[in-house]
Design a protein around this ligand. Sequence first.
Ligand SMILES: [Zn+2]
Length: 441
Amino acid sequence: MPHECYGSIIVIAITDPYNLFLMNRIITGIVGVLFCLCQATGQEACYTSNYLQNIWQGSPEAARQAEAVKLFVDRQIAARQADLSWRGDGTAVITVPVVVHILYNTPNQNISDDRIYSQLKVLNDAFRRMAADTVNTPDRFKDRAADAEIEFRLATSDPNRRATTGIIHQYTPISLWEPDDKMKYSAQMGADAWDTDSYLNIWVCPLRRQLGYASFPGGDPVLDGIVLNTAVVGVTGKGDYNQGKTAVHEAGHWLGLRHIWGDDYCGDDGVDDTPQQANFTNGCPTGVRVSCGNSKDGGDMYMNYMDITTDPCTNLFTEGQKQRMRALFDPGGARYALLRSGALNPPLYQEIPVAEDAPTWLHPQLYPNPATAGVTLDLAYDPRWVGATLVVTNLQGVVVKKAVISNKIQVLDIRTLKPGLYLLNARRADGVSLKFKLVKI
Ligand SMILES: [Zn+2]
């Protein structure tokens, strides 16, 4: 179960109420340790905080850029609040073009377009406050629940203005991914982002432990987008995160929203109308839960999409969250360029590029064998073989031929070899090796 191991130890830590700063430091340390424990034992609901922390600690410039985006949003919100005549940001419904990169290794990881359609519907229902479960928003919070007036639509034009369904199915030799952004690079067997000024890129791949994570606005364009664990994409009906709400949560991050507890004990999420809250919420509680003296404000808003409660539990964004997300689309905002995207325009070229088929074989093939003139080494299942050195030895261990693998389908000329039995070896930089017996006749 995600995070189950946190709760009790944090209660012990907050019994020292005298030095908030010290307490925060202690708790941060404890949470850090517990994150490791939890990671060792279960799944993490959302990896975004760790992900961003890593980026910002590694790059002061990235941290400054994120802060600049936050200040921009703060200024836009303040200006709106000061302007008594302000009646909206003038952009009715904002439409975000989406491309989904499904990275699969096994056939069951290659989820259907229908799953993606169900995911888009969940996103739109949540951001437009049209989901059936909005009736579960408690009365005490109903007046601040908002239709964010943001919609997500699969792209109709790719970056080359060719027709697209907005869903790319791509075979990869990688069967399990870490939250380290490698899925965002074709050179790392993932898929390069489509122009992030024009598309929200969503990578769907099996993550080892995390349900998903997102970049924040204003970050490196190459990395901009959302990564979702294949298991929680769309309406699956399986497990606690079974209704596609992980994507809603991560889209909130992608639009600059922080976790409802501000990623700190009684932290600040930067939103005026979300109650201060001690921590994330496990499972799906009911009733009023009070923390950080928030009883006057309605108690914890654990049914907010930006908590990590289970999917059946979450049902609202607030007006304050809506304003922060939408301010990014103001002129000068980090998501402003998306309003000019051509991704939803009719394509110039109608034919949709055919997806490359997954290789039939998921291991190296050598044929024909026995052979007379040439043999083909088929490595199409894994392009990481390109660059490795192929060594052919005779039975006495003498190297009779060497070649660098330059192609996924490598042809080897063996006309100069004497008839007999040979061993063919290759080893990749990551240690994976292959071995074949080859008969020359
Ligand atoms: Zn999150």
